[in-house]
Design a protein around this ligand. Sequence first.
Ligand code: ZN
Length: 100
Amino acid sequence: MTDHRSEEAKQWRRLYKGARWRALRHRQLAIEPLCRFCIEAEEVTAAEVVDHIQSHKGDHDLFFDPANLQSLCKSHHDGAKQRIDKGQNVIRYDASGWPI
Ligand SMILES: [Zn+2]
């Protein structure tokens, strides 16, 4: 029996290792060097992670679409964004305390 999920994960890892992604990631961090979620809360944090706004699920068009990318700090990427990807509702607040 083949493990479909790990096969899929292997494909994705290959995408992230490719030169095309590395160039795209580099470009995204040059355009948007600060975490987008932090800026919404009027905080300035260097972005470390280039995130897919709409999860690509292995779809090359979404994966390589520059308009589908955003820069996030690690804690936002690992926190809020993971919950959004899992379909959970995440309420974020702007600097004045209003939900975004
Ligand atoms: Zn952040």
